[in-house]
Design a protein around this ligand. Structure first.
Ligand SMILES: Cc1cc2nc3c(=O)[nH]c(=O)nc-3n(C[C@H](O)[C@H](O)[C@H](O)COP(=O)(O)O)c2cc1C
Ligand code: SF4
Ligand code: SF4
Length: 353
């Protein structure tokens, strides 16, 4: 029987490795019999994205991964560009880094990933914004090997049920205060979200390299949702536009995209020593009576002002040097991602687009 409150639901999603896309489809599947018109749009791929019908009988939903305790920039841009609402209801789902320890499912952390987009939607005249986090398998394989297949299956089964329940609640209007439980911790980690957004993501963008197994097939370049990979010297080169969604790392057929952890560690150590020297020997003696907190802030700024440009320069030089086979082999070898046990991650079930 069709739902008396809603005639159409517009679900928009962005997904690096398939988790948020799966949630968008689970929600749509669960309510398909009740709602005559359900539209699902992939915001990085679909050309003809329909915006919500300006009537109270439509609802919009946005599903996306959490990146650095925030929504990814592509999602924030999409929400900011969304037309003004007409008091329509809305829902937001962020997928987070779920894991499983023994028999227990562990949760990720949202920070401002739900609160900031909710705030933007409120300003745009959407109302009754329902929010939910879904803790699907962590895809951050730059930091940890992909989760084992059997564990992935178990996590997915668990959170599919939660997503479907959430979908039912959207229609019934049942209230849920689950996300308020996370609020104190979300507030506590929100400064990290800001630092990630302003600095961290640009640094991460420059941690990927095409290692010695790259066959120059260009698949990573063609599939990047934000067009962040360029071809320089016949090799993929990661630009600042990269949002670290992990799609390319997980899609490369040769598993050739690496994060040279040990190499990055060495460069950071070198630049840290340099910036510490600059701070303690040059800047601090000229800043009499400065408060401890300010010392820390100035030290942090100095660190970034010195370390990041050096790091970015070294990244560019490394890219050119990697045309030499032996150097390419050494840098690849300094990556933990090249180790056999360092699995890649992609959501296991294929969804219709
Ligand atoms: C760069 C990066 C940052 C991430 N930051 C967070 C985070 O702050 N909190 C969290 O719970 N998960 C975090 N994750 C994990 C992803 O949000 C999570 O695995 C998500 O389900 C992936 O969804 P997708 O497959 O739709 O891209 C991060 C992953 C990446 C790659
Ligand atoms: S997908 Fe892999 S093999 Fe193909 S160009 Fe990119 S890094 Fe190289
Ligand atoms: S370069 Fe790779 S990790 Fe970065 S946004 Fe594109 S697909 Fe995602």
């Amino acid at each position: 029987m069709s739902n008396p409150v809603f005639k159409s639901i517009y679900i928009y999603y962005f997904s690096g490795t398939g988790n948020a896309k799966a949630v968008a489809h689970w929600i749509a599947d669960e309510i398909r019999d009740d709602i005559p018109n359900i539209y699902i749009y992939n915001i990085d791929k679909d050309r003809d994205i329909h915006l919500p019908h300006p009537g109270k009988k439509s609802m919009i939903g946005i599903c996306y991964p959490t990146h650095g305790f925030n929504a990814p920039p592509i999602v924030l841009k999409f929400i900011s560009a969304l037309q003004k609402g007409h008091n329509q209801q809305a829902f937001l789902v962020n997928t987070r880094a779920g894991m499983k320890m023994w028999k227990f499912f562990t949760y990720g952390l949202s920070g401002i990933a739900l609160w900031l987009p909710s705030f933007i939607l409120l300003l745009k005249n959407y109302k009754r914004i329902r929010i939910r986090s879904i803790d699907l398998p962590s895809n951050w394989i730059a930091f940890h090997p992909g989760i084992k297949k059997s564990v992935v299956k178990s996590i997915v089964n668990n959170w599919e049920k939660v997503s479907r329940k959430f979908a039912k609640k959207l229609l019934s209007g049942e209230k849920s205060y689950r996300s308020l439980l996370d609020l104190p911790f979300d507030i506590l980690i929100s400064p990290i979200a800001v630092v990630y957004y302003l600095i961290g993501r640009f640094f991460l963008a420059k941690t990927y390299i095409a290692g010695n197994k790259c066959t120059q097939c260009d698949l990573c370049i063609k599939n990047c949702p934000v067009g962040a990979i360029r071809k320089i010297n016949d090799r993929p080169f990661w630009t600042y536009k990269c949002e670290s969604c992990m799609r390319c790392l997980n899609l490369c057929p040769q598993k050739a995209i690496e994060v040279p952890h040990l190499y990055i560690g060495l460069i950071l150590l070198g630049t840290s020593l340099l910036s510490n020297y600059a701070f303690s020997e040059i800047i601090l003696p000229n800043l009499d009576n400065i408060e401890l907190l300010w010392q820390k802030i100035v030290s942090f700024l100095v660190w970034n002002m010195i370390s990041l440009p050096i790091y970015f320069l070294v990244y560019k030089i490394t890219h050119h040097l990697m045309a030499i086979k032996i150097i390419s082999n050494i840098i690849t070898w300094l990556s933990l991602t090249h180790l056999k046990f360092w699995r890649r991650y992609k959501f296991p079930i294929k969804n219709k687009d």
